[in-house]
Design a protein around this ligand. Structure first.
Ligand code: UGA
Length: 443
């Protein structure tokens, strides 16, 4: 099929390359000329395992191209809208200005019979608000949320665990099933290989589809904040939150995944999505229903305070003389994304408190340096740790999980402390090598 992808950020760029790889003819469009030029040259504008190889392969195969002008997508049969919905300045709501602009532009040029597919994460009610202009121009609107994780974006796009299509709700009693719509058949044709593999697919109304996305992220954020609240209790009672997570996680109804206590969640999705969801509930007069999300956010942010406290405590009198090594700046491993990163936030706060911070990250150094040029940066963990009184592990890159405490002890400062912000190190091994070990909720 001929497909367009409007917005070539994380989601759009990966979606465009993935759709080309399953046989479609794809054009990706973005207003950012530099980004489009880089994508067109086969350069990934962000760190994502497997993406650059896929991009190059699809560009070379001739089915994928990139452009800046929206008029170039006129002939597409299916248009995906993948623009960002960041948090508004000075509030909690999502800013949907880019979604509105993309849909308005498509309404003006899309050919009748085409289908517009919203993938951006939007407040519930957005699709219903946008549909009229498109339907007036002869295009149908489907909301098809995306559940990809950074670091696994290519695999999650090509092998999703579910497909959700939200379509215009049918009139009660007139149209009992939404399945027979032509727009559903069009999207089935786009995702044919996934459907042939038996990927679960749910066809529902717009509002449900919009809510599936934000409620999934709200649930994941709540799970993380739940275990971080248990970490707070464990800290006060001498209990161990990792053992607690292992034990409750064995109950299949609870599950062990997303129960890792630490410095909390960050990134371009979970934090802003829970805030936007709570803000939308308030607009609907249902603030009480999602009031708990404010608590989820507060628990999450308190974990950053806790790490700062642990570091200052370890430094004691040595606060202005001794060095602190920060290992990790990205919001999670296998990513160079520093949006709302707990790691970078903690590094900047320590620096602001007069601490001599030396930070490193395998992929996010350039992004962090661009944002906070005054922090000290070095290329490797070995350099960061040299002479440090306190080492803080904030992003659990495989390289950092595998660090040898004996080797590092030889170059670190006197009586060093390791603060394990992700609970991924073995306390006994580090203590045996001469480190004071402090974890998150570990006694
Ligand atoms: C998240 C969701 O997992 C995706 O399903 C969703 O599609 C995406 O947002 C989105 O809305 O676009 P992502 O932001 O890539 O994906 O990252 P996650 O893997 O969910 O991790 C989020 C944060 O939670 C990270 O900072 C991670 O370190 C933290 N985390 C995760 C924990 O602190 N503890 C855990 O047990 C798990």
């Amino acid at each position: 099929m001929r497909i367009s992808v409007i917005g070539c950020g994380y989601l759009g760029a990966v979606h465009a390359a993935a759709m080309a790889s399953i046989g479609h003819e794809v054009i990706g469009v973005d207003v950012d000329e530099e980004k489009i030029a880089r994508l067109g040259r086969g350069e990934a504008p962000f760190h994502e395992p497997g993406f650059e190889a896929l991009l190059r392969e699809q560009l070379a195969g001739g089915r994928l191209r990139f452009a800046t002008g929206i008029e170039q997508v006129r002939d597409a049969e299916v248009h995906f809208v993948t623009v960002g919905t960041p948090q508004v300045a000075g509030g909690w709501a999502a800013d949907v200005v880019h979604v509105d602009a993309a849909v308005a532009a498509l309404a003006a040029i899309a050919r009748p019979g085409s289908v517009v597919v919203g993938k951006s994460t939007v407040p519930v009610g957005t699709a219903a608000r946008l549909a009229e202009a498109l339907e007036g121009a002869g295009s149908a609107l489907v909301w098809n949320p995306e559940f990809l994780r950074e670091g696994f974006a290519v695999r999650d796009t090509l092998e999703p665990d579910r497909l959700v299509y939200g379509v215009r709700p049918g009139a009660a009693g007139v149209e009992p099933t939404l399945e027979g719509r032509p727009e559903v058949a069009a999207i089935d044709a786009v995702y044919a290989p996934m459907i042939a593999r038996g990927t679960p697919r749910i066809v529902t109304d717009w509002a449900t589809a919009e809510l599936v996305k934000v409620s999934a992220n709200a649930f994941l954020a709540t799970k993380i904040s739940f275990i971080n609240a248990m970490a707070e209790i464990a800290e006060a009672t001498g209990a161990d939150v990792t053992t607690l997570a292992d034990a409750i996680g064995l109950d299949a109804r609870i599950g062990r995944r997303f129960l890792n206590a630490g410095v909390g969640f960050g990134g371009g999705c979970l934090p802003k999505d829970i805030r936007a969801f709570a803000a939308r509930a308030e607009e609907l007069g249902l603030g009480d229903s999602l009031a708990f999300l404010r608590e989820v956010d507060a628990i999450n942010l308190r974990r950053r305070d806790r790490v700062v406290e642990l570091v200052l405590d370890a430094l004691g009198e040595r606060r202005s003389d001794d060095r602190v090594a920060v290992l990790g700046l990205a919001f999670k491993p296998d990513s160079d994304d520093i949006r709302d990163s707990p790691a970078l936030d903690i590094a900047v706060r320590l620096h602001g408190l007069g601490v001599d911070v030396v930070a490193t990250d395998p992929a996010a150094l350039d992004n962090a340096r661009g944002r906070y040029p005054r922090l000290g940066y070095v290329a490797t963990a070995a350099e960061a740790v040299r002479g440090a009184a306190v080492v803080v592990l904030l992003t659990e890159w495989a390289d950092y999980r595998g660090l040898d405490p004996v080797t590092l002890r030889a170059t670190a400062g006197d009586s060093p402390t390791i603060v394990d912000g992700r609970n991924v190190l073995d306390p006994a091994t580090w203590r045996a090598a001469g480190w004071a070990y402090r974890g998150m909720g570990r006694g």
